[in-house]
Design a protein around this ligand. Sequence first.
Ligand code: SF4
Length: 235
Amino acid sequence: MNSDSRFGLQKLTLLDYPGQVACTIFLHGCNFRCPFCHNPALVTGSEEALEYSFADVLAFLETRRDRLDAVCITGGEPLLHEESGLLAEAAKGMGYLVKLDTNGSLPARLKALVAAGSVDYVAMDIKNAQEKYAATCGIEHWEPVRESAEYLLSGPVAYEFRTTVTGNLHEAADFVSIGRWLAGAKRYYLQGFRDSGAILGGDAAPFAVTEEQLRSFLAAVKPFIPAAEIRGVDL
Ligand code: SF4
């Protein structure tokens, strides 16, 4: 990313930052290839197609100071880009709360942002049990993800872990494994896969998950993470 970088912008969201009126800024590109990714245009599409420049985003934030509480920085994987830190710092300087979404693959950058006080809340994806990480999101090395998770568990900033749950890539035993891995996490959300109409892997049907599966996965993880919840479905 460089000075010509482009960004996506959702000007208002009541869902992305827990309890806050926020906007969401999207950064281009990702180092994972989750087949169930619901935003393939951001991951593999053209950055030029994104509507806003860095200056546009800063100008927007300036004009919304009195109307928005918070800024969510997401992707793709926002930590791939230097601008994620610059955006977070600028937003904090304007008085916003800042939430960062990350896949956890860049722990040094995550730690630097938190240590700088530029982030108030981190939402980190947990793609699957450690032993199934590579197969789930197309990466070779999951150790950086483990490092990020350990860092958040140590409590330097408010956080949540969340898993997009699929019917074909996940089974109950995976949630026992995740539970052991993240035992005692303060927030962990299971989010059932939803077909956005265009996912990275093409055909959405294999990823569909039933309510029954979600319930059984929650039951598997609860003994280890009592705070675990299903998000986005009324059960
Ligand atoms: S789901 Fe997230 S981590 Fe996976 S490819 Fe999409 S943006 Fe990247």
